[in-house]
Design a protein around this ligand. Structure first.
Ligand SMILES: [Ca+2]
Ligand SMILES: [Ca+2]
Length: 346
Protein backbone atom coordinates (compact mmCIF):
# COMPACT_ATOMS: atom_id res chain seq x y z
CA UNK A 1 0.00 0.00 0.00
CA UNK A 2 2.78 2.37 0.94
CA UNK A 3 4.67 1.42 -2.19
CA UNK A 4 1.65 2.37 -4.31
CA UNK A 5 1.42 5.83 -2.70
CA UNK A 6 5.10 6.49 -3.42
CA UNK A 7 4.66 5.47 -7.08
CA UNK A 8 1.60 7.80 -7.45
CA UNK A 9 3.56 10.74 -6.00
CA UNK A 10 6.46 10.09 -8.38
CA UNK A 11 3.95 9.86 -11.22
CA UNK A 12 2.25 13.16 -10.26
CA UNK A 13 5.62 14.89 -9.94
CA UNK A 14 6.49 13.71 -13.45
CA UNK A 15 3.09 14.78 -14.82
CA UNK A 16 2.89 18.36 -13.44
CA UNK A 17 5.67 20.08 -15.51
CA UNK A 18 4.28 18.56 -18.77
CA UNK A 19 0.73 19.73 -18.02
CA UNK A 20 2.02 23.23 -17.28
CA UNK A 21 3.92 23.18 -20.61
CA UNK A 22 0.81 22.14 -22.54
CA UNK A 23 -1.27 24.84 -20.77
CA UNK A 24 1.39 27.42 -21.64
CA UNK A 25 1.42 26.29 -25.26
CA UNK A 26 -2.40 26.43 -25.40
CA UNK A 27 -2.39 29.94 -23.89
CA UNK A 28 0.20 31.06 -26.45
CA UNK A 29 -1.81 29.50 -29.27
CA UNK A 30 -5.03 31.20 -28.17
CA UNK A 31 -3.18 34.53 -27.81
CA UNK A 32 -1.72 34.21 -31.32
CA UNK A 33 -5.14 33.29 -32.79
CA UNK A 34 -6.75 36.22 -30.97
CA UNK A 35 -4.03 38.58 -32.18
CA UNK A 36 -4.51 37.38 -35.79
CA UNK A 37 -8.30 37.77 -35.50
CA UNK A 38 -7.96 41.28 -34.02
CA UNK A 39 -5.47 42.33 -36.71
CA UNK A 40 -7.66 40.89 -39.47
CA UNK A 41 -10.72 42.65 -38.01
CA UNK A 42 -8.77 45.90 -37.79
CA UNK A 43 -7.61 45.53 -41.41
CA UNK A 44 -11.15 44.76 -42.63
CA UNK A 45 -12.55 47.75 -40.73
CA UNK A 46 -9.99 50.02 -42.37
CA UNK A 47 -10.80 48.52 -45.83
CA UNK A 48 -14.55 49.01 -45.24
CA UNK A 49 -13.97 52.57 -44.01
CA UNK A 50 -11.93 53.38 -47.15
CA UNK A 51 -14.50 51.72 -49.42
CA UNK A 52 -17.43 53.57 -47.87
CA UNK A 53 -15.40 56.81 -48.04
CA UNK A 54 -14.72 56.16 -51.76
CA UNK A 55 -18.39 55.35 -52.35
CA UNK A 56 -19.47 58.64 -50.76
CA UNK A 57 -16.88 60.57 -52.85
CA UNK A 58 -18.04 58.67 -55.93
CA UNK A 59 -21.70 59.55 -55.34
CA UNK A 60 -20.84 63.20 -54.71
CA UNK A 61 -18.79 63.37 -57.94
CA UNK A 62 -21.62 61.69 -59.88
CA UNK A 63 -24.14 64.16 -58.42
CA UNK A 64 -21.87 67.00 -59.56
CA UNK A 65 -21.72 65.50 -63.08
CA UNK A 66 -25.51 65.13 -63.03
CA UNK A 67 -25.78 68.85 -62.25
CA UNK A 68 -24.01 69.54 -65.57
CA UNK A 69 -26.46 67.35 -67.54
CA UNK A 70 -29.50 68.97 -65.88
CA UNK A 71 -28.07 72.46 -66.52
CA UNK A 72 -27.54 71.50 -70.18
CA UNK A 73 -31.17 70.33 -70.43
CA UNK A 74 -32.36 73.63 -68.94
CA UNK A 75 -30.24 75.63 -71.42
CA UNK A 76 -31.59 73.65 -74.39
CA UNK A 77 -35.15 74.06 -73.12
CA UNK A 78 -34.72 77.82 -72.62
CA UNK A 79 -33.22 78.10 -76.10
CA UNK A 80 -36.22 76.32 -77.66
CA UNK A 81 -38.67 78.49 -75.70
CA UNK A 82 -36.87 81.64 -76.85
CA UNK A 83 -36.83 80.32 -80.46
CA UNK A 84 -40.62 79.88 -80.37
CA UNK A 85 -41.01 83.62 -79.90
CA UNK A 86 -38.77 84.45 -82.87
CA UNK A 87 -39.87 84.66 -86.46
CA UNK A 88 -36.64 82.99 -87.58
CA UNK A 89 -35.51 80.27 -85.19
CA UNK A 90 -32.04 78.80 -85.58
CA UNK A 91 -29.34 77.06 -83.53
CA UNK A 92 -25.84 78.48 -83.60
CA UNK A 93 -22.57 78.45 -81.63
CA UNK A 94 -23.20 82.07 -80.61
CA UNK A 95 -26.10 80.97 -78.38
CA UNK A 96 -25.90 80.39 -74.64
CA UNK A 97 -26.22 76.57 -74.83
CA UNK A 98 -22.97 76.38 -76.82
CA UNK A 99 -20.78 77.95 -74.11
CA UNK A 100 -19.01 76.02 -71.36
CA UNK A 101 -21.06 75.18 -68.26
CA UNK A 102 -19.19 75.67 -64.98
CA UNK A 103 -20.74 75.15 -61.56
CA UNK A 104 -18.69 75.19 -58.35
CA UNK A 105 -19.80 74.54 -54.78
CA UNK A 106 -17.62 74.45 -51.65
CA UNK A 107 -17.03 70.71 -52.16
CA UNK A 108 -17.60 69.92 -55.86
CA UNK A 109 -16.84 71.32 -59.31
CA UNK A 110 -18.80 70.67 -62.51
CA UNK A 111 -17.60 71.27 -66.05
CA UNK A 112 -19.91 70.46 -68.95
CA UNK A 113 -20.31 71.21 -72.62
CA UNK A 114 -22.96 70.62 -75.27
CA UNK A 115 -21.97 69.61 -78.77
CA UNK A 116 -24.47 69.62 -81.61
CA UNK A 117 -24.74 66.16 -83.18
CA UNK A 118 -26.34 67.70 -86.26
CA UNK A 119 -23.09 69.51 -86.98
CA UNK A 120 -21.55 66.08 -87.73
CA UNK A 121 -21.87 63.40 -90.43
CA UNK A 122 -24.16 60.54 -89.42
CA UNK A 123 -22.35 57.25 -90.15
CA UNK A 124 -25.57 55.22 -89.87
CA UNK A 125 -26.73 56.94 -93.05
CA UNK A 126 -24.03 55.15 -95.08
CA UNK A 127 -26.68 52.46 -95.63
CA UNK A 128 -30.28 53.19 -96.60
CA UNK A 129 -32.68 50.94 -94.68
CA UNK A 130 -35.76 49.63 -96.47
CA UNK A 131 -38.89 51.50 -95.44
CA UNK A 132 -41.15 48.45 -95.88
CA UNK A 133 -40.85 44.66 -96.07
CA UNK A 134 -40.62 44.67 -99.86
CA UNK A 135 -37.91 47.33 -99.87
CA UNK A 136 -34.23 46.57 -100.26
CA UNK A 137 -31.24 47.90 -98.39
CA UNK A 138 -28.87 50.01 -100.49
CA UNK A 139 -25.56 51.76 -99.96
CA UNK A 140 -26.07 55.55 -99.78
CA UNK A 141 -23.48 56.55 -102.39
CA UNK A 142 -23.77 60.30 -101.70
CA UNK A 143 -23.14 59.74 -98.00
CA UNK A 144 -20.25 57.37 -98.80
CA UNK A 145 -18.64 60.12 -100.91
CA UNK A 146 -19.13 62.67 -98.10
CA UNK A 147 -17.62 60.40 -95.43
CA UNK A 148 -14.72 59.35 -97.69
CA UNK A 149 -13.92 63.05 -98.27
CA UNK A 150 -14.00 63.66 -94.52
CA UNK A 151 -11.54 60.78 -93.99
CA UNK A 152 -9.24 62.28 -96.64
CA UNK A 153 -9.42 65.74 -95.01
CA UNK A 154 -8.49 64.13 -91.67
CA UNK A 155 -5.62 62.25 -93.40
CA UNK A 156 -7.27 58.89 -92.69
CA UNK A 157 -7.49 55.95 -95.08
CA UNK A 158 -10.85 56.42 -96.92
CA UNK A 159 -11.14 52.68 -97.62
CA UNK A 160 -11.95 52.28 -93.89
CA UNK A 161 -15.44 53.55 -94.82
CA UNK A 162 -16.08 50.22 -96.59
CA UNK A 163 -15.48 48.32 -93.34
CA UNK A 164 -18.08 50.59 -91.67
CA UNK A 165 -20.58 49.84 -94.47
CA UNK A 166 -20.09 46.06 -93.96
CA UNK A 167 -20.42 46.46 -90.17
CA UNK A 168 -23.83 48.12 -90.49
CA UNK A 169 -25.31 46.51 -93.62
CA UNK A 170 -27.38 43.38 -92.93
CA UNK A 171 -25.76 41.26 -95.67
CA UNK A 172 -22.64 39.12 -95.39
CA UNK A 173 -21.02 40.19 -98.68
CA UNK A 174 -17.77 42.07 -98.24
CA UNK A 175 -17.15 45.44 -99.85
CA UNK A 176 -13.75 45.47 -101.70
CA UNK A 177 -11.88 46.77 -98.59
CA UNK A 178 -14.54 45.79 -96.08
CA UNK A 179 -14.97 42.93 -93.62
CA UNK A 180 -17.84 40.64 -92.69
CA UNK A 181 -18.09 37.61 -90.39
CA UNK A 182 -15.42 35.71 -92.36
CA UNK A 183 -12.92 38.23 -90.91
CA UNK A 184 -14.44 38.84 -87.46
CA UNK A 185 -14.64 35.06 -86.75
CA UNK A 186 -10.85 34.80 -87.10
CA UNK A 187 -10.21 37.33 -84.30
CA UNK A 188 -9.05 36.21 -80.86
CA UNK A 189 -11.57 36.23 -79.27
CA UNK A 190 -13.89 36.04 -82.29
CA UNK A 191 -16.73 38.55 -82.49
CA UNK A 192 -19.88 38.79 -84.59
CA UNK A 193 -20.22 41.43 -87.29
CA UNK A 194 -22.94 43.83 -86.04
CA UNK A 195 -24.93 43.87 -89.32
CA UNK A 196 -26.98 46.70 -87.83
CA UNK A 197 -26.75 50.42 -87.01
CA UNK A 198 -23.97 51.76 -84.77
CA UNK A 199 -25.14 52.56 -81.22
CA UNK A 200 -22.20 54.81 -80.41
CA UNK A 201 -19.15 56.34 -82.09
CA UNK A 202 -16.95 54.27 -79.72
CA UNK A 203 -18.33 51.11 -81.39
CA UNK A 204 -16.08 51.95 -84.39
CA UNK A 205 -13.20 50.51 -82.33
CA UNK A 206 -14.63 47.03 -82.98
CA UNK A 207 -14.46 47.51 -86.76
CA UNK A 208 -11.55 46.26 -88.88
CA UNK A 209 -8.80 48.87 -89.25
CA UNK A 210 -9.99 51.28 -86.52
CA UNK A 211 -8.00 52.14 -83.41
CA UNK A 212 -7.99 54.78 -80.66
CA UNK A 213 -5.63 57.12 -82.56
CA UNK A 214 -8.00 57.16 -85.54
CA UNK A 215 -10.94 57.87 -83.25
CA UNK A 216 -9.45 60.28 -80.72
CA UNK A 217 -6.42 61.64 -82.62
CA UNK A 218 -2.99 62.45 -81.24
CA UNK A 219 -0.83 65.53 -80.68
CA UNK A 220 -0.52 66.12 -84.42
CA UNK A 221 -4.03 65.59 -85.76
CA UNK A 222 -7.60 65.51 -84.50
CA UNK A 223 -9.53 62.25 -84.22
CA UNK A 224 -12.55 61.21 -86.25
CA UNK A 225 -14.88 61.08 -83.21
CA UNK A 226 -15.60 64.82 -83.05
CA UNK A 227 -16.70 64.98 -86.70
CA UNK A 228 -19.10 62.02 -86.87
CA UNK A 229 -22.22 60.85 -85.06
CA UNK A 230 -24.55 57.86 -85.01
CA UNK A 231 -27.64 59.98 -84.31
CA UNK A 232 -28.99 62.88 -86.27
CA UNK A 233 -31.54 64.17 -88.67
CA UNK A 234 -33.53 61.46 -90.48
CA UNK A 235 -32.79 63.19 -93.80
CA UNK A 236 -29.09 63.52 -92.96
CA UNK A 237 -29.22 67.32 -92.86
CA UNK A 238 -26.23 69.08 -91.28
CA UNK A 239 -26.55 72.35 -89.34
CA UNK A 240 -24.46 74.93 -91.24
CA UNK A 241 -24.21 77.08 -88.08
CA UNK A 242 -22.55 74.42 -85.90
CA UNK A 243 -20.66 72.10 -88.27
CA UNK A 244 -16.86 72.10 -88.29
CA UNK A 245 -15.35 73.55 -91.45
CA UNK A 246 -13.99 70.07 -92.38
CA UNK A 247 -17.51 68.58 -92.12
CA UNK A 248 -18.87 71.34 -94.38
CA UNK A 249 -15.99 70.84 -96.85
CA UNK A 250 -16.75 67.08 -96.98
CA UNK A 251 -20.50 67.66 -97.32
CA UNK A 252 -20.28 70.43 -99.93
CA UNK A 253 -17.27 68.92 -101.73
CA UNK A 254 -15.60 72.33 -101.67
CA UNK A 255 -13.00 73.76 -99.28
CA UNK A 256 -13.67 77.33 -100.48
CA UNK A 257 -17.44 77.02 -100.04
CA UNK A 258 -16.93 75.65 -96.51
CA UNK A 259 -14.56 78.50 -95.70
CA UNK A 260 -17.08 81.07 -97.04
CA UNK A 261 -19.86 79.45 -94.95
CA UNK A 262 -17.76 79.71 -91.76
CA UNK A 263 -16.85 83.38 -92.47
CA UNK A 264 -20.49 84.22 -93.22
CA UNK A 265 -21.86 82.57 -90.05
CA UNK A 266 -19.22 84.38 -87.95
CA UNK A 267 -20.66 87.65 -89.24
CA UNK A 268 -24.20 86.45 -88.46
CA UNK A 269 -25.63 82.96 -88.02
CA UNK A 270 -27.76 81.65 -90.85
CA UNK A 271 -31.42 81.94 -89.92
CA UNK A 272 -33.02 79.73 -92.57
CA UNK A 273 -32.39 77.82 -95.80
CA UNK A 274 -33.52 80.95 -97.63
CA UNK A 275 -30.92 82.98 -95.74
CA UNK A 276 -28.22 80.46 -96.77
CA UNK A 277 -29.19 80.66 -100.44
CA UNK A 278 -29.18 84.46 -100.37
CA UNK A 279 -25.67 84.60 -98.93
CA UNK A 280 -23.99 81.55 -100.48
CA UNK A 281 -24.18 79.80 -103.79
CA UNK A 282 -24.75 76.19 -102.71
CA UNK A 283 -26.63 73.70 -104.90
CA UNK A 284 -29.37 71.49 -103.33
CA UNK A 285 -29.32 73.33 -100.01
CA UNK A 286 -32.54 71.72 -98.76
CA UNK A 287 -31.10 68.22 -99.27
CA UNK A 288 -27.91 68.98 -97.34
CA UNK A 289 -28.21 71.78 -94.85
CA UNK A 290 -30.38 73.06 -92.03
CA UNK A 291 -30.13 75.88 -89.48
CA UNK A 292 -31.80 74.00 -86.61
CA UNK A 293 -30.75 71.08 -84.43
CA UNK A 294 -32.49 68.40 -82.43
CA UNK A 295 -29.68 66.06 -81.20
CA UNK A 296 -27.12 67.24 -78.66
CA UNK A 297 -24.33 65.42 -76.85
CA UNK A 298 -23.67 66.56 -73.28
CA UNK A 299 -20.31 65.74 -71.71
CA UNK A 300 -20.27 66.55 -68.00
CA UNK A 301 -17.50 65.96 -65.46
CA UNK A 302 -18.03 66.19 -61.70
CA UNK A 303 -14.99 66.51 -59.40
CA UNK A 304 -14.51 66.51 -55.64
CA UNK A 305 -12.90 69.60 -54.07
CA UNK A 306 -10.32 70.31 -52.83
CA UNK A 307 -8.27 68.63 -55.57
CA UNK A 308 -6.11 65.79 -54.28
CA UNK A 309 -3.04 64.36 -56.07
CA UNK A 310 -5.38 61.70 -57.51
CA UNK A 311 -8.58 63.72 -58.08
CA UNK A 312 -11.85 61.83 -57.81
CA UNK A 313 -14.04 62.47 -60.85
CA UNK A 314 -17.03 61.00 -62.69
CA UNK A 315 -17.95 61.76 -66.31
CA UNK A 316 -21.42 61.43 -67.82
CA UNK A 317 -21.95 61.45 -71.59
CA UNK A 318 -25.57 61.78 -72.54
CA UNK A 319 -27.22 62.22 -75.90
CA UNK A 320 -30.33 64.36 -75.74
CA UNK A 321 -33.08 64.69 -78.31
CA UNK A 322 -34.97 67.96 -78.25
CA UNK A 323 -38.39 67.80 -79.80
CA UNK A 324 -41.46 69.94 -79.99
CA UNK A 325 -44.56 68.37 -78.47
CA UNK A 326 -44.91 65.34 -76.21
CA UNK A 327 -42.62 62.41 -77.19
CA UNK A 328 -41.65 64.33 -80.31
CA UNK A 329 -45.24 64.65 -81.53
CA UNK A 330 -45.81 68.37 -82.27
CA UNK A 331 -48.44 69.65 -79.90
CA UNK A 332 -48.94 73.32 -79.05
CA UNK A 333 -45.88 74.94 -77.53
CA UNK A 334 -44.72 71.90 -75.59
CA UNK A 335 -41.03 71.00 -75.78
CA UNK A 336 -39.52 67.70 -74.63
CA UNK A 337 -35.91 66.82 -73.96
CA UNK A 338 -35.45 63.05 -74.23
CA UNK A 339 -32.41 61.03 -73.22
CA UNK A 340 -31.32 58.88 -76.18
CA UNK A 341 -28.17 57.47 -74.55
CA UNK A 342 -26.43 57.61 -71.16
CA UNK A 343 -22.90 56.56 -70.19
CA UNK A 344 -21.13 57.00 -66.85
CA UNK A 345 -17.34 56.70 -66.62
CA UNK A 346 -15.37 56.63 -63.37
CA1 LIG B 1 -22.74 43.21 -93.10
CA1 LIG C 1 -21.67 43.99 -96.84
Amino acid sequence: MKKCTIIRRIWRRRQQPDERGIALLLTLLVTVILAVVVLEFNYLMRVYATLSGNLVEDLRAEAAALTGVETAKALLLNDALADMKKTAAFDALTEEWASEIKVETSSTATEASISDEMGKLNLNRLVRRPTDEQGTETVNTTMVENVRRLFELLELDPSLVEAVIDWIDTNDQEEPFGAENAYYETLDPPILCKNGPLDSVEELLLIKGFDKTILYGDEEKPGLAKFVTVFGDSQGLVNINTADEKVLAALLNSDSLASSAVSAREAAPFESAQDISSRLSIPDILQKLTTRSSYFLVTSTGRILPESPSPHSVQIRSLLKRAYGEDGVPQGDQITIMTASWKVER
